[in-house]
Design a protein around this ligand. Structure first.
Ligand SMILES: Cc1ncc(COP(=O)(O)O)c(C=O)c1O
Length: 461
């Protein structure tokens, strides 16, 4: 995938172009600057979530339709961020808007079950091949409850996660993420480190991290935990690692993880908050053919409304069914979210929609690949379903350690500025993958490629 011989990137040129592009963006977004100055008086950092922060100010959006979004200065962008992958349907999709509008007139919240919740559960069971479902309101709630269910089912407390993977903002999983390369630790004994302050050490100690794409390292770590009397309740993992671009599972890896977890009586949780609904109708479970005990969904499930779900086997949900694990929430199965999810699943994210996403993504990935080859650029393009990225590394990234060893944050930052100034909206300040929506076109993908080519040209000219 990577080019064999690549150009040396001139670092001074990267900084010069970044300064130039940042100046252009600042000049185009005075309205966002004004909003920021107002917002920071009442909102911490001027934003609703720290993931929306950006220096010198965030870009405040006013509206979106289909593949486009507009900022408060009236700048128009093609949206490749798509709400961290929540908007694979495109913005303000008619079917979802209609379902939500109809539901509003009938009452928006009862904290009592509605028919839409049943329909959504039936469709998720069909797509994922997992019989039982419960709802929550976010990805964090989904992974938190799934871990509790696994702990109860096994009577064990330790959990295993993949080093560098993000599973939401609750304490159990805010461990061993965003760690600098020299603090990752020994491959067979990776560090458990809190992600930010306020996380109890006792909780951190219950979470053990292993490298992605290394079934042997996982097995050896699990065997050691068993020997220490700390057998794990679950392995929670993204079947395709995201939030650092896209890292695909090596052939056979997911199957091996399934075998290891089964052999040790460990529940396997696939966190499909990002992959679910975005890479296939039945997410990674369909795409890779490996079925976990529990799966977590959120983001794209609700078509832009807060939502989340946990799916699982009858055995995994036995103690919830028996009332011994308390899985609850006032807004679980909220009628508005369920109406949106129903329309999303039954009318919008159809087999044709997934075929369209695959066609678009292949075109976009190939377009980026051609630029990389033409300019001998250090990097490669990789993706699946609606997700993809250009990874600015001459080496192939297989896990968090290889990501950190090869990360080129400066180039990622420059690419973000090039995109924003050429009408391509991407996730601020993060090495995120893109998410295409079903409303994107081949021409939209070509615009992304053109912005990338301009950067490659300017850097290598
Ligand atoms: C894989 C994964 N799991 C869980 C979460 C948490 O989801 P939420 O932000 O809805 O709580 C995220 C969010 O980015 C995620 O990427």
């Amino acid at each position: 995938m990577s080019t064999e011989i690549h150009v040396e990137i001139d670092r001074a040129r990267v900084r010069e172009l970044t300064a130039r592009e940042a100046g252009v963006l600042d000049g185009r977004t005075p309205g966002s600057k004004d909003f920021y100055e107002r917002a920071r008086k009442s909102l911490v950092g001027g934003v609703a979530s720290s993931y929306q922060l950006r220096d010198p100010w965030p870009i405040y959006l006013s509206h979106g339709k289909g593949a486009q979004v507009w900022d408060v200065d009236g700048n128009e962008y093609l949206d490749f961020h798509n709400g961290f992958g929540s908007m694979v349907q495109g913005h303000a999709h008619d079917a979802i808007s209609q379902a939500v509008t109809e539901r509003i007139g009938l009452g928006t919240h009862f904290a009592a079950p509605t028919e839409d919740a049943i329909v959504v559960g039936e469709e998720l069971a069909r797509r994922w091949g997992l019989p039982k479902w419960r709802y929550v309101n976010s990805g964090s709630e989904a992974t938190m409850d799934a871990i509790r269910i696994a702990r109860a089912a096994t009577g064990r407390e330790t959990i295993v996660k993949i080093f560098g993977s993000y599973h939401g903002h609750h304490d159990y999983v805010m461990v061993s993420i965003g760690v600098e390369y020299d603090r990752i630790g020994d491959r067979l004994d990776l560090e458990s480190l809190p992600y930010g302050m306020g996380i109890p050490q006792a909780v951190v100690d219950l979470t053990v991290a292993v490298p992605f794409n290394d079934a042997e390292a996982m097995e050896r770590r699990i065997e050691r935990l068993v020997d220490e009397g700390r057998a794990p309740a679950c392995v929670i993992m993204e079947p395709v690692m995201m939030n650092l671009g896209v890292v695909l599972p090596e052939p056979g890896y997911l199957e091996a993880v399934r075998e290891i977890t089964r052999a040790h009586g460990i529940l396997l949780i696939f966190d499909e908050v990002k992959t679910g609904l975005c890479i296939a109708a039945g997410g990674a479970v369909e795409r890779f053919g490996v079925t976990p005990d529990l799966v977590t969904l959120a983001k794209a499930l609700g078509g832009g409304l807060p939502s989340g779900a946990i799916g699982g086997t009858d055995e995994a949900f036995e103690l919830v069914e028996a009332g011994k694990v308390v899985q609850v929430g006032t807004y679980n199965g909220n009628p508005l979210s369920m109406a949106a999810a129903r329309a999303n699943l039954l009318e919008v994210m159809t087999p044709e929609a997934y075929a369209h996403l695959d066609t678009l993504n292949e075109h976009l990935l190939q377009g980026c690949r051609s630029v990389i080859e033409a300019y001998s650029f250090p990097g490669y393009s990789v993706g699946v379903g609606s997700k993809g990225c250009v990874t600015f590394s001459p080496e192939r990234i297989v896990d968090y350690a290889s990501f950190k060893a090869n990360q080129d944050a400066e180039l990622a930052e420059l690419a973000w500025h090039y995109n924003m100034n050429r009408g391509i909206f991407m996730t601020p300040g993060r090495e995120e993958e893109w998410t295409l929506s079903i409303t994107h076109t081949i021409e939209d993908c070509d615009r992304f490629v053109a912005a990338f080519e301009e950067m490659a040209h300017d850097l290598t000219a």
